[in-house]
Design a protein around this ligand. Structure first.
Ligand SMILES: [Zn+2]
Length: 222
């Protein structure tokens, strides 16, 4: 049975591989910038979808194994969750293609990897978080951090359990963090504190952003 860290590392490999495949595609582009952008819009969504399904499957398997390990007796059918993000993905690919149209400090490859990697990782986290939401046997979810930034470290600190359905999985490009369900009856860590919930909100007011920055600086020095 893979540990949460092993599952997280498998996700990191998968999402990196997806970015490498998109990178390969981009290096074989020919023709005008418009034609190259059209080719990217034609091919990259398929790459993302293929690896997102893989990441979602990885997460669903991990979810089931965690459930088994927690000795949950109640039946539940875990589902792979890959949300329809067609519009957002197309917009992001068009953004990634901008360097084709003139001199820019960033490269197409850099931007493509910033689009592809998070989209693949998202399917893993969506699968864990959505099943956790639907499954009556869960107590919450926990962030499994890799070698990441201090923001991620703060969000996963003390094995904090996120119980509120409003808590999003905050992530940045090339964030390797995973998610793990936690079940009722398990010896679990503390519930996420106010700052951890604040960092998991979709939108923050300027005052909230400032409070979060101050907290990070005080509690998580470089
Ligand atoms: Zn991270």
């Amino acid at each position: 049975m893979p540990t949460p860290q092993q599952s997280r590392r498998a996700l990191a490999l998968l999402s990196d591989e997806a970015a490498a495949v998109a990178n390969d595609l981009s290096l074989r582009l020919t023709g005008s910038p418009e034609a190259q952008r059209a080719a990217l819009l034609e091919t990259v969504p398929g790459v993302i979808d293929y690896y997102a399904v893989g990441a979602g499957t990885l997460a669903a398997d991990f979810y089931d194994e965690r459930r088994q390990l927690a000795n949950v007796k109640q039946a539940y059918a875990t589902e792979v969750i890959v949300l329809d993000r067609t519009v957002k993905i197309r917009r992001a690919i068009a953004w990634a293609a901008q360097p084709l149209f003139g001199p820019m400090a960033v490269t197409l490859q850099l931007r493509l990897s910033e689009v592809v990697q998070p989209e693949v990782a998202r399917a893993y986290r969506d699968t864990v978080l959505e099943n956790r939401r639907r499954d009556p046997a869960t107590a919450g979810w926990r962030r499994v951090t890799g070698v990441c930034c201090k923001f991620c470290r703060m969000l996963g600190d003390k094995g904090a359990i996120y119980k509120r359905d409003t808590a999003q999985f905050a992530a940045h490009p090339h964030c390797d963090c995973g998610a793990e369900p936690v079940f009722q009856g398990e010896a679990i860590g503390p519930e996420a504190n106010n700052f951890q919930y604040l960092g998991s909100k979709r939108r923050r007011t300027p005052a909230e952003k400032q409070a979060l920055r101050d907290w990070l600086e005080a509690e998580y020095p470089d």
